[in-house]
Ligand binder design. Structure first.
Ligand code: HGY
Ligand code: MN
Ligand code: MN
Length: 377
């Protein structure tokens, strides 16, 4: 329903809507030179289950607001303008992040993406079909002239520094693991400890080990580790579990440092398996290096923030974004807006004020209209 709502808004603005085979949606506004490569604004409208209303949506609806403003001003840019939303940016349902934009930029093959399943075993392809968004357009994206994404910071930095705009220099490196730990279920009262093969204890040791790695400072103070999911089965108070499913999310601004941390963590899985006499299977479900955004786009964001008398600060994104996938195929960059309540995100309390959102979208308007006048193919 959210997808259809946005597509209706796109069409109401006179945009030509294309849906590709991974469900990415591209809405095009013609330019004076229809052969010129377009300038694209985009983000995502899918969200984590406990989402707020700004993560992703700001960039898509902000892009539509830019189009509305250009329409009202009867301003036709040289280059066409495209507003896009990508499928499954969050990875919270189908287990890998930036799925649609990674397929569009060929980091993930379409067949592999289609086959990913959610906890109910439903596949991406079958779900796209079920909601009527298994489009026909080829997924391989013709690289646009440039890509700009407006997004909430999702953290405390900009608000604490009291600045209006984040000039995003890049995105930190991310690694996600899915662990399945299997042992032997037993009676919680009658089974002596030395006879147990308890995957729950193994999971707990892994979680504490992650914390020890972070607190050790061996990987600088910027290493971040999160266990977001632990599922015990059978999940009964007086039954030693036989199976634990858990996720690990580890991030660092420098991929070389993240690699070293993973180089310590993965062997620990094996050590715990041996000592707790359980089996630990681990799958890498997401893995992206840190990336830098195009200096040219960063400069435009900075210039237009200044031009509007807005304060700004350079910032590395702690969250992953579709823009990091687009950076592989074209000059890409992001405009961050601050968030209230310490920038809480992936939480219903996520909130940015109208002024904060307007500042970000206005800067994106200026950056996009300048890029859309640039000469060349
Ligand atoms: O997980 C992330 O960083 C993003 O919200 N997908
Ligand atoms: Mn997002
Ligand atoms: Mn998110």
């Amino acid at each position: 329903a959210g997808r259809r709502h946005v597509v209706d808004a796109m069409r109401a603005l006179g945009l030509a809507v294309t849906i590709d085979r991974i469900g990415n949606v591209y809405a095009r506004r013609e330019g004076r030179d229809p052969r010129a490569k377009p300038v694209m604004m985009g983000s995502h409208i899918d969200s984590v289950a406990t989402a707020g209303r700004f993560d992703g949506c700001l960039g898509v609806l902000g892009g539509l607001e830019v189009v509305r403003t250009l329409n009202d001003a009867r301003h036709v840019t040289r280059r066409p303008i495209v507003v896009a939303f990508f499928t499954e940016e969050e990875g919270a349902r189908f287990s890998t992040d930036m799925l649609g934009s990674a397929v569009a930029t060929k980091r993930i093959a379409l067949d592999r993406a289609w086959a990913l399943t959610d906890r109910a075993g439903k596949s991406v392809k079958s779900e796209l079909e079920a909601i009527g968004f298994l489009g026909e357009a080829p997924v391989e994206l013709d690289p646009p002239h440039a890509y700009v994404e407006c997004h909430v910071e999702q953290g405390p930095v900009l608000r604490a520094a009291n600045v209006d705009i984040g000039v995003v220099t890049g995105v930190q490196a991310i690694a996600w693991h899915e662990l399945v730990i299997t042992g032997r279920s037993a009676h919680a009262g009658t089974t002596p400890m030395e006879l147990r093969r308890d995957p729950g204890m193994a999971a707990a040791r892994i979680q504490l080990y992650l914390r020890a790695m972070v607190l050790s400072g061996r990987y600088t103070k910027q290493l971040r580790a999160t266990v977001g999911v632990t599922q015990y089965s059978p999940g009964l108070v007086n039954v030693v579990p036989n199976r634990v499913q858990m996720t690990v999310d580890v991030r660092h601004p420098d991929d070389e440092v993240l690699k070293k941390a993973l180089g310590e963590l993965v062997p620990f899985y094996g050590k715990v398996a041996e000592e707790e006499r359980v089996e630990v299977q681990h799958k890498v479900t997401a893995r992206t290096p840190n990336i830098a955004f195009a200096p040219r786009v960063q400069e435009l964001v900075l210039k237009h923030a200044e031009g509007r008398g807005l304060s700004f600060k350079k910032i590395v994104s702690g969250a992953g974004h579709d823009a990091q996938e687009m950076a592989a195929v074209c000059p890409a960059g992001m405009v961050f807006v601050p968030g209230e309540y310490e920038g809480i995100s992936h939480n219903p309390r996520e909130y940015s004020t109208k002024e904060q959102c307007a500042n970000g979208v206005n800067v994106m308007l200026d950056v996009v209209t300048e890029l859309a006048e640039e000469e060349g193919v």
